[in-house]
Design a protein around this ligand. Structure first.
Ligand code: FEO
Length: 392
C-alpha cells in the first residue's frame, strides 16, 4: 500500500505483512500483522516515528523515496520489528538524530550496533517542536519492553503507542472506528506480550489518562479513530478482577484424562461456570493466552509420562507461569499408569502463579466412580470460590 495521510502532515509509511504466521518463533499470527511507521512533517523539521521489520524494508524504502530530509527518527521500542530498519534510515539520512528513552539507548546500541553519537535520549514528558507539530514523549514502560515510550502529537491529539493498543492484523483498512473487528487480535496481542506487566500498564494508563486523545496510532494493526473502546478494553484486561471462567488446558494419551476432562466440563457447566478447554495436542496457544486474561481458575489436566506430566501439558504450565495471569485458583486433574510425580512437577513449574490450590484429582488407570465424584466435588469448590468472589 502507498503512504496514506492519517492527519494533516502525518503520513502512514509502514508495511503490511499479510503472510507472516509466527512471531518470535513463538506467537501465532493467524491474521498476519503490520509494522506501522509514521512520517510527521512540521514547518521546520521532519520526524519519522519507528521503522519496519527488516523483511519489509523495501516497502519503507519506497515510501520514503521522495523524502529529502529526516531530522529526527523516534524509536519507541528497541524490538526489531520496529527498530530493525533504523540502521538503513540513519545511513540514508546522516542528518537524522535518533531519539529514544534513556533505557532504549543502550538497547539500540546492543541490538542494532547504532553509533552512540547518533542517539539522543529524551526525558519523560519532554516536548519537541517540528514547527506547528509538537511531539510529547511519554515513557510507558513494559508495553512491551522496559524501555518503551509513546509519543503524543499535541496539535492533532494523536497518541503513537507502538505495541500498546496494537493488534497483529494485516488489513487494507487503515482505520477502525470501534474495537469490534480487532477485539480478538488486540486481546491476543495483549495476552501474549503484555499480560505479565499489567500492574505497570495500569500506571501507564493513568499517565495518559489526562490527555485528550482523538486517535491512537499503534505500530501494529489498524488506527483507532474512536479510541475509547480499546482504552476501556485495556482497563478490563489489566484490572485484578477475574471473570467466572475456568481455563482447562489438557492432554490425554489413552483416554483416561479425557474422560475426567469431560466430567469436569459438565460439572462446571451445570454450576454455571464457563469452561474454556484446550487440548494441548492441537491448541492455538494465542487463544489459550487470551483465556488466561480473564480466567479466575486454571485447571491442568495431564496423564503421566514416565514420572512427570505429559510435555504438551507442561508447555501450558510454563506459558501460564510466564504470563502471570490474574487467576486466583488452580488445580490439577489427570492419571498415571503405575506411579509418578505429575502433580508435584506441575506445581513446581508455576512459581509465579499466586493461586490457591483446590483439591487435585489424580487417578490410577481409567477413572472410577469415586474419581468422577471427586471431580464433581472439585466443580463444587470452583463454583463456591467464584461465588465468594462475587463472580457471575
Ligand atoms: Fe512489536 Fe515488542 O514489538
Amino acid at each position: 500500500m502507498k503512504p496514506r495521510e492519517i492527519a494533516p502532515g502525518v503520513l502512514w509509511v509502514g508495511a503490511e505483512d499479510w503472510d507472516r504466521r509466527l512471531f518470535d518463533s513463538l506467537i501465532p499470527l493467524p491474521d498476519g500483522t503490520s509494522y506501522n511507521a509514521y512520517l510527521i512533517t512540521g514547518r521546520d523539521k521532519t520526524a519519522l516515528l519507528d521503522t519496519v521489520d527488516p523483511a519489509k524494508l523495501p516497502l519503507l524504502e519506497s515510501h520514503l523515496r521522495g523524502v529529502d530530509r529526516i531530522d529526527y527518527l523516534v524509536a519507541h521500542h528497541a524490538e526489531q520489528d520496529h527498530s530493525g530498519s533504523i540502521p538503513w534510515v540513519l545511513g540514508r539520512h546522516p542528518e537524522a538524530v535518533l531519539l529514544c528513552s534513556s533505557l532504549a539507548k543502550g538497547m539500540l546500541i546492543d541490538h542494532l550496533h547504532v553509533a552512540e553519537e547518533r542517539i539522543r535520549a529524551v526525558r519523560d514528558g519532554e516536548t519537541l517542536s517540528l514547527g506547528g507539530k509538537t511531539l510529547r514523549f511519554i515513557y510507558t514502560p513494559w508495553v512491551h519492553w522496559p524501555e518503551t515510550m509513546s509519543t503524543y502529537l499535541e496539535e492533532d491529539k494523536v497518541l503513537f503507542s507502538c505495541d500498546w493498543f496494537g493488534s497483529h492484523l494485516a488489513s487494507s483498512d487503515l482505520f477502525i472506528e470501534g474495537v469490534e473487528c480487532v477485539a480478538e487480535p488486540a486481546k491476543r496481542y495483549y495476552a501474549e506480550i503484555m499480560m505479565p506487566f499489567r500492574k505497570i500498564i495500569r500506571q501507564d494508563m493513568e499517565k495518559i489518562g489526562g490527555l485528550d486523545i482523538r486517535m491512537i496510532a499503534p505500530s501494529h494493526g489498524p488506527i483507532y479513530r474512536n479510541p475509547a473502546s480499546i482504552i476501556q478494553a485495556y482497563r478490563d484486561w489489566t484490572d485484578d478482577e477475574p471473570h467466572n471462567v475456568v481455563v482447562l488446558p489438557w492432554v490425554s494419551m489413552h483416554g483416561s484424562t479425557a474422560l475426567m476432562v469431560d466430567r469436569l466440563i459438565a460439572g462446571l457447566a451445570e454450576r454455571d461456570v464457563t469452561v474454556q478447554p484446550f487440548n494441548m495436542a492441537t491448541a492455538d496457544i494465542g487463544k489459550l493466552a487470551m483465556s488466561l486474561v480473564d480466567a479466575a481458575t486454571i485447571i491442568f489436566g495431564a496423564p503421566t509420562v514416565h514420572v512427570g506430566p505429559h510435555p504438551a501439558l507442561l508447555y501450558a504450565v510454563v506459558l501460564a507461569n510466564a504470563l502471570r495471569p490474574k487467576a486466583r485458583f488452580a488445580s490439577i486433574i489427570g492419571s498415571f499408569g503405575w506411579a509418578g510425580k505429575m502433580p508435584e512437577m506441575i506445581k513446581a513449574s508455576m512459581p509465579n502463579l499466586k493461586v490457591e490450590f483446590l483439591d487435585q484429582v489424580v487417578c490410577k488407570g481409567m477413572p472410577k466412580e469415586g474419581d468422577f465424584q471427586a471431580l464433581d466435588r472439585l466443580a463444587d469448590s470452583v463454583a463456591r470460590k467464584h461465588k465468594e468472589l462475587g463472580l457471575k
